[in-house]
Design a protein around this ligand. Structure first.
Ligand code: 6PG
Length: 260
């Protein structure tokens, strides 16, 4: 049974980033307590840079032991890993290198592969090995971070894509209406298996789509990719800043009050 989304709104961008970092650490500590390792999937696009800046800041950098964590990606553009459009490239420069996270702890989607289907199968096997999950069960990650596009896409799951109905496969090749077109993405099958799914959304440009997803008016709204993210047993958390939450009624959200 899908849980009710927890909608949290920060007081400003700084508070948003600090709260995002604290949430990541909190889920990580719980995973380490429960099973001695932490599996986290990073989201793509530009928004995660705010989180990475917080996680690598003096306030947070020493607060969490990343040595037993493995990083995955919710999606990747089909470009080389050093391409500025690569989700890995941002994470590597802004998170892995500053936190001394080595290659053995990072499971990169090989977006640049000439055989994209083989790359999806390979990534699925890496997820299955890491989580010790045999098919057809879906691998369970501790935390999956997601962004939100203005059209309601998340990861590289775009509106109207047939992949939205796919709950068997773990990783799929999709086409994006914006560049770069070809993408590798986690499917809703593995996303909805996660223990915690955390949407990280900020900026006024997202206010409309946030309201559409969290206050759907018509069935089409409920069929948008981000609307279909509903963890089977896990928690669903939306972390918004005031600008992206502008379209929500105050009774739907919990305001974050920070002391720092
Ligand atoms: C990608 C992402 C995508 C992203 C949203 C939001 O690879 O582009 O996975 O789902 O999270 O498009 O992107 P911004 O954070 O840049 O607004």
């Amino acid at each position: 049974m899908a849980s009710t989304p927890e909608i949290r709104v920060s007081s400003d961008r700084h508070s948003w980033a600090a709260t995002a970092a604290e949430l990541v650490h909190s889920v990580g500590r719980e995973a380490l307590r429960e099973k001695g390792q932490f599996f986290i999937a990073l989201s793509g696009g530009a928004t995660p840079a705010l989180l990475y800046e917080a996680l690598t800041s003096p306030v947070f950098a020493g607060r969490f032991d990343w040595s037993r964590s493995t990083f995955f990606f919710g999606d990747e553009r089909c470009v080389p890993p050093d391409d500025s459009r690569s989700n890995y490239a941002l994470a590597n420069q802004a998170l892995f290198i500053p936190l001394n996270i080595g290659p053995s702890q990072v499971c990169r989607m090989v977006g640049e592969s000439r055989d994209q289907q083989a790359a999806t199968a390979d990534y699925e096997q890496q997820l299955r090995r890491a989580t010790n999950t045999a098919a057809p069960a879906q691998p369970q990650l501790d935390l999956i971070l997601l962004g939100l596009g203005e059209d309601g896409h998340t990861a590289s799951l775009f509106p109207g894509s047939p992949i939205l109905r796919d709950r068997e496969n773990v990783i799929a090749v999709t086409q994006s209406p914006k560049g770069p077109p070809a993408r590798l993405t986690m499917t809703l099958g593995v996303i909805n298996r996660a223990s915690v799914v955390l949407f990280l959304v900020a900026g006024a440009s997202k206010a409309g789509v946030v309201s559409t997803i969290l206050n759907p008016k018509i069935e089409a709204d409920r069929q948008l990719p981000a609307s279909l993210v509903a963890p089977d047993e896990g928690r669903l958390i939306w972390l918004l800043d005031p600008a992206s939450a502008a379209g929500l009624s105050r009774d739907r959200v919990s305001m974050i009050v920070r002391e720092d």
